[in-house]
Design a protein around this ligand. Structure first.
Ligand code: SF4
Length: 722
């Protein structure tokens, strides 16, 4: 039997004994397999190693892959059940074209022609940028690269972006500003070496369960654990110190902790002097964030702020990790910068057990933002506005530099552009904006305004139902490629089975569309490895250099960390060693941040804060996990988490239904009265559609730099449902 995570007991205690159940038929469901395929989990950015059991071209179970060093055979509940989506009756098996009476099956030729004809018609009538592409951060590096090339070389539209815009962009922008490059600074194997760990805005035990093993190994080694979260999540309940921050006040809290460190002399003056710029300005900015003032803003008691500073400041090593809890804000970039300021000022970066990492939610959240599917980026992290970067990419692609489009719209801005009539056509792959974007009704109205909407996906998502053409693509196990994990390790996704029915590998579909607009020589690939070879070549010498990484090396070495500039280079698990950063002067930059309030704060009419997030058994928009029976059983529908004091005011108890209303809309859901949330805040998980969608309530306010929406704070009111 496969080993379950070391977090098993606590998860069972919290979520029930079904975690211990084998799937129907046991792990050997379907009988003896024909073969075992070493690959990775299709869900979060940890990208746990797994061996899929394949029988007669179907995934029928799994075995642990104990040699893969990140998870050593362990898997969380989602990883254990992931194989159950293979062969699902909802799988799209044929291209579909919308008619007046619904979808009809079509041939590939008819469907690709329909897509190409509509792109031509719309671009001919309204201009090239009137047709947009929306891509996904679960796609492999090869597909992300192809989508960028499809937009810029074949369709020549500037408007391409991806759903990582809803996930990693605040952290990425902050890292580029402070360090000069966007990647976790340390591998996960540094966590057990840390003597203090700060986990900010991450429900680690539910969203990245395998990483809790690293945190607990650190604790076994004597580390102190500090968790910053408005909810006492599973990892928060076991922490040495829980700072229950009021949603939207993280930057003030981090400033306050740093100020205490500076006042008490818990900073690394030699490191600041040798390896950073801008400390004096930062010191002046944070000086006004006394424990008392910080407590008033953040809702965290002054004594706890001082204790956090002491634990972090006096520890010989420390790691700070964060996730969407501090990033999904109109000041998401600023929140991340305050975390980086704390690491830099205390010299906790670039050393074993000392550093900084952001935990990517999507499987390829890291690689998905590196290879050119973002609206402002060319492959290998090159800047689309930098003349030298444009010259290099144009030369390697064999196109004139002036023909490369400039900066396009972010995915969060595209819906507004559709409403304004600036975007008339859209092709989307593996993105479910109808659930993922804030203010669902606004998104639905935008999709209905499109003159043409094409979708590539493997299930009929809520968004795909609005399409004119649906192209059946591939599940993760049906295609080959590479993914870059949250720690910067490039791993190999093996093709375990071929797509069923008439479904096809995504990369082939993208190439077929591209070849309608560009000569074969520009899209000459016969397999994903061909695309990867070109990606390596294009990345050579760039900010994100993959040149030394090959499929063979990845398989032999259990993944390779970038930057890896040549075939003899060992890869770079830990960045910034010796205090060397990626800015031209080799130094890191402090960024002083003044706290500013959320876009929509509470008032008399809407007196409660809504924050949203994930649950352990579901993944993102739920397109996959809401189709896996045991995961649905575990958490069948969204519940409103509400503190007993607030519940008493509203007059509800666990099991009652409550109507939550914001300025955008209302939902009526069951409620769960828990002491593990601030009394001024409610929590709703966002994986569901329609009347269960948390994003019917959320606000479209964006971070001005990263363009990420403020999912973690908006104002609502509650009433007991009749
Ligand atoms: Fe590992 Fe993440 Fe998959 Fe869970 S969801 S098994 S933590 S990769």
């Amino acid at each position: 039997m496969a080993r379950l995570p070391v977090t098993e007991e606590s998860l069972i205690e919290q979520y029930g004994p079904h975690l211990n159940h084998e799937p129907a038929g046991g792990w050997a469901a379907g009988g003896e397999p024909d073969r075992l395929v070493k690959t990775h989990c299709c869900f979060c950015g940890v990208q746990c190693g797994i061996q899929l059991k394949v029988k007669e071209n179907q995934v029928v179970g799994f075995e642990p892959w104990e040699e893969f060093p990140v998870n050593r055979g362990m898997l969380c509940p989602k990883g254990v059940k992931r194989y159950l989506q293979d062969g699902h009756p909802d799988r799209l098996l044929s291209p579909l074209i919308r008619t007046e009476t619904g979808f009809r099956e079509a041939t590939w030729e008819q469907s690709i022609d329909a897509v190409a004809d509509n792109i031509r018609r719309i671009q001919g009538k309204y201009g090239r940028d009137s047709f947009a592409l929306l891509s996904g951060a679960s796609l492999t590096n090869e597909k992300a690269y192809l989508m960028g090339k499809l937009a810029r070389v074949a369709l020549k539209t500037k408007n391409i972006d991806y759903n990582g815009r809803l996930c990693m962009v605040s952290a990425g922008a902050a890292s580029r500003k402070a360090f000069g490059v966007d990647r976790a600074a340390n591998p996960w194997s540094d966590l057990p070496l840390a003597k203090c760990i700060i986990i900010a805005g991450s429900n680690l035990g539910e969203c990245f369960p395998i990483l809790t093993d690293y945190v607990w190994r650190a604790r076994d080694n004597g580390a102190k654990i500090i968790v910053i979260d408005p909810r006492a999540t599973p990892v928060g309940r076991t922490a040495d110190l829980l700072l229950p921050v009021k949603p939207g006040r993280d930057s003030a809290l981090m400033n306050g902790i740093l100020n205490v460190c500076i006042q008490r002399g818990w900073i690394d003056r030699a490191f600041i002097e040798q390896s950073t710029n801008g400390f004096e300005e930062l010191r002046k900015t944070v000086a006004s964030y006394t424990p008392e003032r910080t407590a008033e803003i953040s809702g965290v008691p002054a004594a706890a702020i001082e204790r956090a500073a002491e634990l972090w400041g006096t520890a010989p090593t420390g790691m700070l990790i964060h996730a969407r809890g501090i990033e999904h804000h109109t000041k998401g970039v600023e929140n991340c910068l305050t975390c980086i300021n704390l690491c830099l000022a205390t010299g906790k970066i670039g050393k074993p057990g000392s550093g900084y990492a952001m935990i990517t939610g999507q499987g390829n959240g890291q690689g998905g933002r590196e290879h050119g599917q973002r609206c402002n980026q060319l492959p290998s992290g090159r800047d689309i506005e930098n003349p030298e970067h444009r010259r290099v990419v144009a030369e390697r692609w064999g196109v004139p530099e002036p023909e490369l489009p400039g900066v396009g719209l972010a995915s969060t801005e595209m819906m507004e552009a559709i409403h304004k009539g600036e975007i008339k056509g859209l092709l989307l792959i593996c993105f479910n904006p109808l659930i993922s974007l804030p203010d669902t009704d606004y998104t639905r109205a935008a999709l209905e305004k499109l003159e043409f909407f094409g979708v590539i996906d493997f299930f009929m998502s809520e968004t795909a139902r609005h399409a004119d053409v649906v192209l059946p693509g591939s599940l993760q196990e049906e295609d080959e490629g590479t993914v870059t994990t949250a720690e910067g390790r490039v791993v190999h996704i093996a093709q375990a089975v071929t797509p069923p029915g008439k479904a096809r590998e995504d990369w082939k579909i993208i190439c077929d569309i591209a070849r309608k607009f560009a000569p074969w020589e520009q899209f000459p690939y016969s397999c994903p490895e061909d695309i990867f070879r070109e990606l390596r070549h294009v990345s050579r010498g760039g900010p994100i250099d993959y040149y030394g990484i090959t499929y063979d090396r990845i398989d032999r070495e259990h993944g390779v960390f970038w930057p890896c500039p040549d075939l003899e280079h060992p890869g770079t698990p830990r960045l910034y060693e010796g205090g060397k950063f990626f800015h031209p002067d080799g130094k890191a930059r402090f960024h002083p941040v003044e706290y500013r309030p959320p876009a929509e704060d509470v008032d008399v009419e809407y007196p409660v804060i809504l924050t949203s997030g994930r649950v352990v058994s579901q993944y993102l928009s739920g397109t996959q996990t809401r189709r896996i029976g045991p995961l649905v059983d575990q958490y069948p529908e969204p519940l409103v988490e509400i503190h007993p004091k607030l519940a008493a005011k509203v007059g509800v108890r666990t099991g009652d239904r409550v109507t939550v209303t914001s300025r955008r809309g209302a939902v009526t859901l069951g409620c769960q009265v828990v002491k593990t949330i601030r009394p001024d805040t409610i929590f709703i998980p966002y994986h569901w559609a329609g009347d269960k969608s948390a994003n019917k309530l959320t606000i479209r306010a964006l971070d001005p730099v990263s363009k990420i929406p403020e999912y973690k704070v908006c104002a609502v009111r509650l009433e007991k449902a009749v």
